[in-house]
Ligand binder design. Structure first.
Ligand code: IMP
Ligand code: MG
Length: 181
């Protein structure tokens, strides 16, 4: 294992297996629908989105939304804000919102409320990781990949100051590497 990591929780194979299971689950829910609109919160959900889309077997449209809150700190230092919005119209559309990790829950609930105001026909959420921590919001995702401990998680799209996204596994960064603020 790399020296900067504390622990690896899910290997490349674990991720592959789970993402394909989730894709099947999602396909079952939307089976028979003409089309669904996937909205991915970038950058964190990029890897997960690309892989899960290969396992969702219904017609889709894809768009991304960019939210900022973390900067280069290990915890959010301000309220999440949408910095780049979606381009597709979602009124009367079936929407599936995808994010990388549920920590405080502030990001996903803010984006959820924002999209909901556009009057989609339905709005479900899919999250790769749920952190095992007391949550600031009571947000519950419809589809969840894995649980992770209350540590700073990197890999498979998750970053620390834009680094580590391309690690093929999901693990925690050593606490001493996180900038004290
Ligand atoms: P929340 O708003 O606190 O739920 O945090 C959600 C966003 O913060 C995610 O979309 C991630 O981009 C980022 N985030 C939260 N926890 C972690 C972590 O442990 N590692 C990397 N990014 C994280
Ligand atoms: Mg991030």
């Amino acid at each position: 294992m790399r020296e900067d990591l504390e622990e690896i929780y899910y290997t490349k194979q674990d991720i592959k297996t789970r993402v394909s299971e989730l894709g099947e689950q999602i396909t079952k829910v939307y089976k028979g629908y003409d089309e669904i609109t996937i909205i991915s919160i970038i950058n964190g959900a990029i890897y997960f989105t690309v892989d899960i889309l290969r396992n969702i077997n219904v017609p889709i449209r894809l768009d991304c939304i960019r939210v900022s809150s973390y900067g280069s700190k290990p915890y959010p230092d301000k309220k999440p804000e949408i910095s780049v919005s979606i381009r597709l119209g979602i009124k009367n559309q079936h929407v599936l919102l995808i994010d990388d990790i549920l920590d405080t829950g502030n990001t996903i609930s803010m984006v959820y409320d924002y999209l909901n105001k556009c009057n989609p026909s339905s709005l479900l959420t899919c999250i790769l990781l749920e952190k095992d921590c007391p949550r600031e919001t009571s947000f519950k995702a419809d589809f969840i990949g894995f649980k992770v401990p209350d540590k700073f998680i990197v890999g498979y799209g998750l970053d620390y100051a834009e680094r580590y996204r391309n690690l093929p596994y999901i693990g925690s960064l050593k606490t001493e590497l996180l900038n004290p603020v």
